[in-house]
Design a protein around this ligand. Structure first.
Ligand code: ADP
Length: 274
């Protein structure tokens, strides 16, 4: 009898504990939703004033006709550069919030890796400016195609490559696509000969916001949102991201995606990351 009573009491205690856990989980879910809503609203609110500042700074530059001193013109250019950087940050925030809210669809289509590479080459070469760093694209074979969301995959690669450009002072940035044997996956890697990243930071680099605190390179300013976004985008594509790096020697960032998005994820799109 004593035992039964103890068991009943234990049962009651366990039930109370479960109810408390449920309540806490619900609370966490709500805070998470509130955070996503806040990020999304805030990003929207930032956009309008930012576009005005940008448009006005451009107008000032185009109309100045020698009215601005060299120093003033330089300052207006700084304003313009600042708005471009802020715009990128707001776009990343908005994309992250959308993915978290499950509001992003995967649009799988068949495309040639070579075509994606040539578009990326055209977009990113200008970022090198007068730098002596070489940006090369290597393709496995001409007809290699993927069934995936080209826009999202390109967004990941744009992030990897523009980071490589930011943090590489000399040498080469090489983009390579290779089949992962027996896995039905393709891995696209971006290797640079840049500053590299300390081993202690590798575990944080794809984490939202935390990277900013772990950043080693204070020379180049960034938001620390690009790589977390890459990870979420790769999740959506049914793939993954990874990196390796040796400080002072360089880094490699890669993304692996299924060759055939539908075959990997079934008929349903990959679940949104929450
Ligand atoms: P951001 O570049 O806007 O700061 P990211 O999330 O893209 O944000 O990158 C986070 C940080 O990771 C960067 O600030 C930088 O410290 C480090 N990083 C990313 N890519 C590289 C790279 N190729 N070489 C060296 N450091 C890198």
């Amino acid at each position: 009898l004593q035992l039964t009573r103890e068991l009943e009491e234990n049962n009651r205690a366990v039930k109370v504990l479960y109810a408390e856990l449920d309540e806490k989980a619900e609370h966490l879910r709500r805070s998470d939703q509130a955070k996503s809503r806040f990020l999304s609203n805030m990003s929207h609110e930032f956009r309008t004033p930012l576009s005005s500042i940008r448009a006005l700074a451009k107008l000032l530059l185009s109309r100045s006709d020698g009215e601005l001193s060299d120093e003033q013109e330089k300052q207006v250019r700084y304003i313009l550069q600042g708005t471009v950087a802020l715009n990128e940050m707001v776009d990343d925030l908005l994309d992250l919030a959308k993915i978290e809210a499950g509001k992003v669809d995967v649009r799988a289509e068949r495309f040639l890796v070579a075509d994606m590479f040539s578009t990326l080459r055209g977009l990113l070469r200008p970022l090198l400016g007068s730098s002596a760093v070489a940006l090369t694209f290597h393709e496995p074979h001409a007809g290699l195609a993927l069934l995936s969301d080209q826009g999202k995959l390109s967004q990941i690669l744009r992030n990897f490559i523009s980071n490589a450009i930011k943090y590489t002072e000399q040498g080469e940035i090489a983009v390579r696509a290779a089949l992962v044997p027996g896995k039905g996956m393709m891995r696209i890697s971006v290797t640079d000969t840049g500053l590299g990243i300390a081993a202690a930071d590798h575990a944080f680099i794809f984490e939202e916001f935390s990277q900013v605190e772990h950043r080693l390179q204070t020379r180049v300013k960034g938001t620390g949102l690009g790589l977390p976004l890459c990870r979420k985008l790769a999740d959506l594509l049914g793939g993954s991201v990874g990196m390796d790096s040796v400080p002072g020697a360089g880094s490699v960032f890669w993304v692996s995606v299924p060759l055939n998005y539908a075959a990997q994820g079934g008929d349903a799109p990959a679940p949104p990351h929450s």
